[in-house]
Design a protein around this ligand. Sequence first.
Ligand SMILES: *[C@@H]1O[C@H](CO)[C@@H](O)[C@H](O)[C@H]1NC(C)=O
Ligand SMILES: *[C@@H]1O[C@H](CO)[C@@H](O)[C@H](O)[C@H]1NC(C)=O
Ligand SMILES: *[C@@H]1O[C@H](CO)[C@@H](O)[C@H](O)[C@H]1NC(C)=O
Ligand SMILES: *[C@@H]1O[C@H](CO)[C@@H](O)[C@H](O)[C@H]1NC(C)=O
Ligand SMILES: *[C@@H]1O[C@H](CO)[C@@H](O)[C@H](O)[C@H]1NC(C)=O
Ligand SMILES: *[C@@H]1O[C@H](CO)[C@@H](O)[C@H](O)[C@H]1NC(C)=O
Ligand SMILES: *[C@@H]1O[C@H](CO)[C@@H](O)[C@H](O)[C@H]1NC(C)=O
Ligand SMILES: *[C@@H]1O[C@H](CO)[C@@H](O)[C@H](O)[C@H]1NC(C)=O
Ligand SMILES: *[C@@H]1O[C@H](CO)[C@@H](O)[C@H](O)[C@H]1NC(C)=O
Length: 424
Amino acid sequence: MPNFASKLSILAALLTTGGAWKTYIVPHIQGQDDTPALLTALPSYVTNATIRFAEGTTYNIYTPIKFPSLTNVEIVIEGNLTYPSSISTVQAVVGSSSFPGAWFAFTGGNNVTLRGSSNPKWGWVNGYGQAWWDAQQQTNRPHGFAFSKIANGVIRDMKIWKPVAWNFATSGSTNLHAYNNQIVAVSDTKAFPFNTDGFSAGGANMLFEDNHIQNGDDCLTVGSGAKNIHFRNSHCEGGHGLSIGSLGKGGSVADVQDILIENVVMKNSLYGARFKSWTGGNGLARNVTWKNISFDSVPFPIYITQNYWDQGVGPRPNNTGSTNNTHIQDFLFQNFSGIIQDVPYVEGSCVSDPCWYYVPGATGKEVAIFDLYPGTAINVVAKSISAKTETGGAVTVMCNSTTITTDVGFKCWDGPFQVTKAGF
Ligand SMILES: *[C@@H]1O[C@H](CO)[C@@H](O)[C@H](O)[C@H]1NC(C)=O
Ligand SMILES: *[C@@H]1O[C@H](CO)[C@@H](O)[C@H](O)[C@H]1NC(C)=O
Ligand SMILES: *[C@@H]1O[C@H](CO)[C@@H](O)[C@H](O)[C@H]1NC(C)=O
Ligand SMILES: *[C@@H]1O[C@H](CO)[C@@H](O)[C@H](O)[C@H]1NC(C)=O
Ligand SMILES: *[C@@H]1O[C@H](CO)[C@@H](O)[C@H](O)[C@H]1NC(C)=O
Ligand SMILES: *[C@@H]1O[C@H](CO)[C@@H](O)[C@H](O)[C@H]1NC(C)=O
Ligand SMILES: *[C@@H]1O[C@H](CO)[C@@H](O)[C@H](O)[C@H]1NC(C)=O
Ligand SMILES: *[C@@H]1O[C@H](CO)[C@@H](O)[C@H](O)[C@H]1NC(C)=O
Ligand SMILES: *[C@@H]1O[C@H](CO)[C@@H](O)[C@H](O)[C@H]1NC(C)=O
């Protein structure tokens, strides 16, 4: 048993290092913005601290929260958090020069946990997105959570209700575990929830699992610089796929490697597995696997284009190889099964004629479309693919055999899906 003197020295050590764990319960005042009080208190809670939004309280996050660099800090969202319901109020904030880039902006740190609640009634972050979708308002939309430059981060049990647009971005972070999060970007009207991307993975060594995402854009999007990203055991509904890219926009040089996406259900989603890079870019995306993906009512289960372009700026560039593009190597699509949506229909994000996702010559029955540049795609294989069309018509593929010389797992042509040696 320590004597009095040693107890004193422990106390003194605690006082000098400030080593004690601190908890801050974010205060709430009815009808007022709760952000300023939190921002004032934050400097005292940047290390060894819990910052808690208490259950039973609906907080007004009327202005963005920019967190300073944090070390050993847990942010616990057990109350409900609401954005301003007024579109113009949010737009004014996003348009101002002091906007930190996201409504919840992290700027760095080590060992940071962002945690929601397991109580289904509480812990929701409400973006009031429906009004934005209904008004087709796309000016000065806020990004949700920028979980940036954090080493050893956790994002768990978060629940997002009707975000205005983009949800979680992890650029520049390393060693992240994001699990058991839920995003509900589902419109109650015919208005489409544009750009409500789920997770934008940048950085390295990340595991995303057990997430449930209903949205109107990429479920996952992996950006340039991403390395060793694992996304698994998740449900994606209504959005635009499990995507790599877009890469190489404006001539930029991409670098993506070691990506594994597995055990995902894609439901009523425009794409299943998707790669997109812009003509004129450069760099390499290497070692990317999509495995055990089941799809239900998906028009484009497997889709690669090295020739992504902006329809607004003129005709699609020809894939002649005279310009640069992002190289791809060692891509595997394995164990896909499900139903292709082949009944002519218009997805909600289509606002032009033809739609932005229109593929000239496609019949709607393609399980795979490989739109490649000659000489820059190496070892791209689709294997154990089992698909049916909704109408029962034969499954087809699109692939130009002059663009890839290795066996892609099916006969590379614009025609019926015929499995080849690499495809078994
Ligand atoms: C935070 O806690 C760790 C122990 O977990 C301690 O080593 C460190 O000194 C503390 N830092 C501060 C600033 O209190
Ligand atoms: C990391 O943060 C958690 C709180 O989220 C804390 O319990 C743990 O002690 C911290 N780890 C270290 C090494 O300080
Ligand atoms: C918290 O927010 C969610 C989403 O807006 C809502 O469904 C729920 O009723 C709210 N909880 C309470 C207790 O108000
Ligand atoms: C490919 O990526 C996976 C997933 O990140 C990794 O486990 C594997 O070692 C990588 N393979 C090669 C050859 O780099
Ligand atoms: C394949 O993914 C499904 C979810 O779609 C999952 O239930 C199943 O366990 C996975 N199979 C394997 C072998 O991991
Ligand atoms: C292949 O996909 C089917 C259907 O989604 C699934 O039941 C099975 O577990 C998967 N097998 C492997 C080895 O991933
Ligand atoms: C692509 O090639 C076709 C046929 O050679 C030509 O008509 C078209 O103008 C070309 N498109 C562009 C953007 O160069
Ligand atoms: C191709 O990319 C390289 C490296 O980024 C660059 O130096 C070169 O100018 C590009 N060529 C064209 C035709 O864009
Ligand atoms: C196939 O790609 C080559 C370029 O490698 C192009 O010249 C040709 O027009 C393409 N064929 C079709 C049917 O698109």
